[in-house]
Design a protein around this ligand. Sequence first.
Ligand SMILES: Cc1cc2nc3c(=O)[nH]c(=O)nc-3n(C[C@H](O)[C@H](O)[C@H](O)COP(=O)(O)OP(=O)(O)OC[C@H]3O[C@@H](n4cnc5c(N)ncnc54)[C@H](O)[C@@H]3O)c2cc1C
Length: 485
Amino acid sequence: MSSRSYDIAVIGAGVIGAAIAAQLSRYAVRVVWFEAAHDVAEGASKANSAIACTGFDMAPGSLESDLILQTNPQWENICRALDVPLRRIGALSLAFDDGDSDSLRNLLNQAREAGIEAELIAGDALRREARTAAPSAIEALHVPREGIIDPIRLTVGLAKLAVLNGVELRCSTPVTGFRHHPSGAISHVVTPTGATAVGAVVNAAGVNADLITDAAVAEPFTMWPRKGQFLLLDRAVGHLVPKIMCTAPTPHTRGIYAVPTTNRTVLVGPTAVDGDDRGDKTTDGDTLDAVWARAERLLPEGVERRHVTKTFSGLRPASDRTYRIEVSAKVPNLVHAAGIRSTGVSAAPGVASYVADLIGAEVMELPVKSSVRESIPVIPRLAEIDTDVAATAFTARPGAAPDEHPIVVCACEHVTAAEIAAECRGPVPATSLDGVRKRTRATAGRCQGAYCSVGVSFILSAATGDQPGEVRHGEPGSHWETPVR
Ligand SMILES: Cc1cc2nc3c(=O)[nH]c(=O)nc-3n(C[C@H](O)[C@H](O)[C@H](O)COP(=O)(O)OP(=O)(O)OC[C@H]3O[C@@H](n4cnc5c(N)ncnc54)[C@H](O)[C@@H]3O)c2cc1C
């Protein structure tokens, strides 16, 4: 049994758990943070459409809409502090026939009701915004403040801030049960490494939040994975898609998207299909064919299926109630931040403030710390830096260790050895090839690691102490190659 005790335990290190941990790190409370996977951002938070949405396409008045509206104006400050790429490139919801145009008028009214800047455009104005994309569109709803963000860098950045402010992050540590006081309140969080005494618990376990509520003997609810499959287009064609492009929503679907990413690739998708296997992240050819067929009219001529470099899927944490953010009615020191299905990236900072307010009002006092960090150290990144700064930022320091050199290791994504080394030694270090990819994009480019995995492995091995051939892909046991004997 762990002898240390903590005021608050957070369960789950997706974007929601990370934002909550970072928010709680501002208070004079001891916080322990459990994540089942080997790294942060291993669930829905690493495989989504990466849109920082304004909330223009949702009915105002819900908690979801309120928290998105509250978060949206803060993005520039948050992303600057956490070294997260963000671009407000705007979105075009496109009409291809009169039925779609009616749907756009409804969307416009909704956006105006929520106070979000939006306009209907056609003709020259539409061509100016869409350029050569979606050539057969007849009209569009233009939402200029809709943004794209790197959701993985956001989750990692929030996690780094939490850890730098004293939160104790324990990866590879699934919560398997709880112990209770006679009053019914939780006294200990149980994991395979022992029981930890805690004063309160936040349930941010994504699609597993129902298992946590069951284990805590709190109110039952149901969660299931809603799969979204994507195709990823090469950055060579990224500049041809100037905005977030989507088909008009119908009563049955939110439409299909072509989303430029902050690293200049384009995401095409996603689907939304309910399932029951929480570990099933497979893609299938028939579904991807259907996605491509629907998305083609969003793209410019010349962007073709051969430009797809990768396919993948993400699992939304779907639930019988979305945005279940509340103190449990049965276990007085358990707070749920569950069922944050489709907009968690866009709302995470708002969710975190809401959770901290709930804890402060209903669970325990949250005294403010006298001094906290509000930002994390910025790592100079070759792919993101202006050319005149690059000359100084990427000159090797005399006497620098080999892995601190600004030599390019990943040629596709322009990632240097120094960037990789910095992420392997940071406050929330990468411990696997996937961990490096998520933080730096090394191995995520056109070659998908065929050329750079060896170099990345050597740098990782210097940080972890593993032999290069024994460096893990992701979870323990997933060696990228059998060691050469
Ligand atoms: C296809 C798709 C497209 C999307 N597009 C967007 C978008 O464009 N914009 C947007 O804002 N949102 C989008 N979303 C939604 C967004 O990704 C989610 O709302 C958000 O990632 C949910 O975050 P989370 O932290 O609740 O869950 P997760 O990221 O899944 O994190 C939950 C974490 O809990 C951990 N965990 C589970 N059980 C335990 C346990 N017993 N002990 C310890 N840890 C545990 C898991 O390992 C996981 O790391 C999309 C989602 C999908 C799948």
